[in-house]
Design a protein around this ligand. Structure first.
Ligand code: MIC
Ligand code: SF4
Length: 640
């Protein structure tokens, strides 16, 4: 039986277990990446594990999220990460170098390698034929310490691409179409593998746009074959030597299949407030636009920027539109300065902002009240832009650029404007933004701890009787942005869990944090796909700090479920989803004989007042069970 590309790479890295969907496997991790907003926790945890040097082939610490430096906090975090990177043999990428995923693609990603990153969009590396997985910070810290990662073996979903894209329709429309078909939970427990003749028509950065937003499907990761386009991309970055051809066997067997006819695709947009709320731009209509933002790890490649520059050249940004553009990396920005594209963009009336995450994570450029904002980003969750009543639409760079000129959401394919072909460029290697862990005795580098960096909370072993008050009854598809909001006001406090605890769930229910602080142990009741989105383990660490003992939900998103378990918080799944309606804020719950029950795989949650009992299942692997019993991963590793 032929093999999928995903399983070929996993097989090459398999340390324990069998490649059978649903079984726990342990794989070798070749590379890791961290970024600053999850990174401080990662490196505090690495320090807590008393590790000398990382065990990976390459680990990089990027600074790209908190680059505004509105106070000392973020700069202190950067200094902390730099010092710890030096101690443990990790490359440090200074702020200003660009967005972690774009930079990793350009400089370090290699076909056939595994990459684990403390950011949910790490699967961007799948565009280069890597198995690149996003995970919670602690999992990345452990991967650095031990060189391995444990996960549930995913199924493989084949997406067959037929035909080729027409002008004004781009990679972003491909993934928006896939999201429309599969939904934000359609990829849970799966690797999405792209095949078919249409693959050839997509460059590596096009592919990376698609694998990047596979995170929005909830997929473990997404992967493309490594072919002549991969070679061309690596060669353009001066890395032809890193090329290896990779593909699935011709007779590979997949668990599921979706066919996408590229010729039939038209420009699409994801409407507020979910990446899967997709329709054609023609159907949505020419709505008036207030802001257009182009960039983010999804659409900030050289080709994306050059397409935008070509559309804007000689034109004027509409008087009612604020257009902001952030290229993905310093190399791209420098190239645009060299070839005149930057001048064309500036001349059109666009604002150039730092090559960092910026507005994508609400770090500046919040739109005006009630605004319509078109963004080439990957998430349009309510309030993520920093403006709660803004309507954010996710679109391709082509759609964003032409709409910035017309002032209304515009389908470029109906505009009569011709899009020029963009010639690929060659890039010179430049590591002036990289600090290498060089020199003797780097392990003695002192750790620089700013006053805003507080220790992370630790859990205790599972008690025999777990008592908890319900402090939130949440709906479906709760995001980690809902659980732990992040914007320019809160991002500087990613190293300070006590401070963040005041804002937990604040966009959904301002009373949550106060109720938890009053209760002696609490529980959250959730719907389907609880914890989708960002990998931030703050969405588990803050609830841990607030005394959350378990989350009882209809289903969980992958990374957040792991983060809860790593923190010793039980993710429990309703045996009968209809029970969800029977819970309310203030209910007193009890789990008796918790240790024995959790070991059995089924837990009875009792309402302490009415005496009514509800069944929940744990679905824990042996390793997960151990973590829950010990009160989290760090306790397990340290044998406490
Ligand atoms: C995001 O896009 O939501 C982030 C910010 O990059 C997060 C990481 C974080 O919250 O720090 C992610 O995607 O994992
Ligand atoms: Fe940064 Fe946005 Fe990408 Fe997250 S999704 S890594 S915030 S650019």
């Amino acid at each position: 039986m032929g093999k999928t590309l995903a399983y070929k790479i996993l097989e090459n890295h398999l340390v324990e277990g069998n490649l059978i969907p649903g079984e726990e496997i342990k794989i070798r991790i070749d590379q890791t990446l961290t970024q600053d907003s999850t990174g401080t926790m990662v490196y505090l945890q690495l320090e807590a594990m008393d590790v000398e040097k990382v065990k990976t082939e390459l680990s990089v610490a990027y600074i790209d999220h908190n680059t505004l430096q509105t106070g000392f906090e973020s700069a202190d975090d950067h200094a902390f990460i730099k010092s710890v990177a030096q101690r443990h043999g990790v490359l440090f990428s200074k702020p200003g170098n660009g967005i972690c995923h774009q930079l990793h693609l350009e400089n370090y990603g290699k076909p056939g390698k595994t990459l684990l990153g403390s950011d949910s969009h790490t699967p961007t590396g799948g565009g280069l034929g890597m198995i690149a997985i996003g995970a919670g910070g602690l999992d990345v810290a452990v991967a650095m310490a031990k060189g391995t990662y444990s996960l549930t073996c995913p199924k493989v979903l084949k997406v067959e691409l037929k035909g080729s894209l027409r002008p004004w329709t781009s990679a972003k429309d491909v993934i928006l179409y896939v999201l429309q078909q599969l939904s934000v939970k359609g990829g849970v427990g799966k690797i999405v593998e792209y095949t078919g003749e249409g693959v050839k028509s997509l460059s590596v950065t096009d592919r990376a746009t698609i694998t990047n937003m596979g995170a929005e499907l909830g997929a473990t990761t997404s992967v493309f074959p490594s072919d002549e386009n991969t070679y061309a991309y690596l060669a353009s970055q001066g890395r032809a030597g890193d090329f290896v051809p990779l593909a699935a066997d011709a007779d590979a067997v997949y668990d599921e299949e979706l066919i996408v006819d590229l010729d039939a695709l038209v420009p699409l947009a994801a409407m507020p407030h979910s990446p899967d709320n997709v329709d054609t731009i023609a159907n949505i209509g020419e709505i008036k636009v207030d802001q257009v933002a182009i960039g983010s790890c999804t659409n900030s490649s050289y080709t994306d920027m050059m397409k935008v520059a070509a559309i804007l050249k000689g034109k004027k940004v509409h008087p009612d539109v604020s257009l902001v553009i952030s290229p993905g990396s310093s190399k791209i920005l420098a190239k645009m300065a060299e070839n005149g594209a930057l001048a064309d963009i500036i001349a059109s009336g666009a604002r150039i902002i730092e090559n960092a995450c910026g507005p994508c994570i609400g770090m500046g450029q919040s739109p005006k009240s009630g605004a319509v904002s078109l963004r080439t980003f990957n998430r349009n969750f309510k309030g993520r832009s920093g403006t709660l009543d803004a309507s954010v639409f996710l679109v391709s760079p082509e759609t964003a650029a032409i709409s910035a000129i017309t002032g209304v959401l515009t389908d470029g394919s109906r505009s009569g404007m011709e899009l020029p072909e963009i010639d690929p460029a060659d890039f010179a290697f430049n590591d002036n933004f990289i600090v290498y862990p060089e020199g003797t005795n780097t392990e003695n580098t002192p750790v620089e701890m700013g006053p805003n960096i507080k220790p992370f909370p630790r859990n205790t072993a599972l008690a025999d009787t777990v008592k908890a008050t319900v402090t939130l009854h949440a709906g479906d598809n709760i995001t980690t942005d809902d659980i732990m909001p992040s914007d320019s006001r809160l991002l500087p406090y990613r190293s300070n869990i006590p401070h963040l605890s005041n804002y937990c769930f604040e966009k959904i229910d301002k009373g949550f944090s106060g109720r938890c602080k009053e209760a002696d142990g609490c529980a959250i009741v959730g719907g389907d796909n609880y914890g989708q989105g960002s990998s931030r383990e703050h969405a588990a660490l803050v609830p841990l700090y607030l005394g959350v003992k378990f989350v009882l939900a209809k289903s969980f998103a992958r990374i957040h479920r792991s983060n809860l378990i790593n923190s010793g918080i039980m993710p429990l799944v309703f045996a009968d989803a209809a029970d969800y309606d029977e819970f309310d804020i203030g209910d007193s719950l009890v789990i008796e004989d918790a240790v024995a029950q959790v070991k059995s795989g089924t837990v009875v949650v009792k309402n302490a007042v009415t005496g009514k009992e509800y069944k929940a299942v744990t679905n824990f692997s042996d390793l997960e069970l151990e973590m829950i019993l010990k009160g989290g991963k760090i306790n397990m590793i340290k044998g406490e």
